[in-house]
Design a protein around this ligand. Structure first.
Ligand SMILES: Cc1cc2nc3c(=O)[nH]c(=O)nc-3n(C[C@H](O)[C@H](O)[C@H](O)COP(=O)(O)OP(=O)(O)OC[C@H]3O[C@@H](n4cnc5c(N)ncnc54)[C@H](O)[C@@H]3O)c2cc1C
Length: 233
């Protein structure tokens, strides 16, 4: 039941049976509930850019690169469209110089945070998505985790077992954010230990790639992304 609009600048009172706070990292619903959102951040500001190309330049549609400065991801998002995520500006500029770019359609930077909410709500007010978990784009799971929250929440509302929703999804988020943080520190952070780890990886990966071929990439990606549903369910 919607109350009468009270005038410009006033809050609008809305009476609802359920409230699902899917309102992102700065969730007002989470803050109103007083739910803690503990976590940490990396001191890096990676770049994300979408471009249109004259043709697709790689053999595969997901490509990961790594150098001393950090990881880069080049993903196909359309026939001749590419999303590029780089750790540094220099890497972004180098890719854009080398790629057959016709148009830049999106160019942005983002912060890297790792947070999981202390709990997911109570009674008839529940949280989902980035409102309760944020992590780096490494693994490409942020949105997917939120979709799985929404499915689990809908099932729990139907079954009446809301506590199960909170327990299962909190556990899934905690597990993944821990893994994502470890990988992200190696892939993106500018600490000396991360640079050393990347140096080792750039030496080891070509050798492993020769030995294991496409199986290496397949295993790594299915662990990171495709197995999302089994890891978090
Ligand atoms: C560079 C980058 C690449 C990514 N790549 C991937 C990927 O490949 N795969 C993947 O799964 N995820 C990816 N993600 C993560 C993904 O974008 C997020 O996890 C996802 O968008 C979160 O969805 P959400 O609906 O929970 O929150 P949001 O997308 O933040 O949406 C929250 C919505 O709530 C609204 N809102 C906020 N406050 C209020 C309010 N007070 N009243 C009303 N409305 C409000 C906002 O306007 C917004 O529309 C990536 C993220 C980044 C930064």
């Amino acid at each position: 039941m919607l109350s009468p609009y009270q005038g410009e600048g006033d809050d609008i009172a809305v009476h609802v049976q359920w409230l699902f706070g899917c309102d992102g990292f700065h969730s007002a619903v989470r803050q109103k509930l007083g739910v803690a959102f503990p976590g940490s951040s990396l001191h890096v500001e990676p770049h994300a850019v979408d471009v249109e190309l004259t043709h697709w330049p790689y053999a595969t549609n997901v490509n990961v690169f790594m150098d001393r400065d950090g990881g880069c991801l080049a993903v196909q998002i359309g026939p001749n469209q590419l999303r590029l995520v780089t750790t540094t500006l220099a890497q972004k500029e180098a890719f854009l110089r080398d790629l057959p770019v016709t148009r830049v359609t999106w160019d942005s930077t983002f912060d890297v945070h790792f947070h999981v909410a202390a709990h997911y709500g109570h009674d008839h007010v529940w949280l989902a998505g980035d409102a309760v978990h944020v992590h780096s784009p490494v693994g490409g799971r942020g949105m997917n985790m939120g979709i799985l929250d929404a499915v689990a929440l809908a099932q729990s509302v139907q079954s009446g077992h809301l506590a199960d929703y909170a327990t299962q999804r909190h556990q899934a988020a905690t597990q993944w954010v821990q893994v994502n943080r470890r990988i992200s520190v190696i892939a993106l952070d500018d600490a000396a230990s991360s640079r050393r780890a990347r140096r080792l990886l750039t030496l080891a990966l070509p050798v492993l790639g020769k030995v294991m071929g496409a199986r290496l990439a397949h295993t790594a990606f299915s662990r990171l992304s495709a197995s999302c549903l089994t890891l978090v369910s």
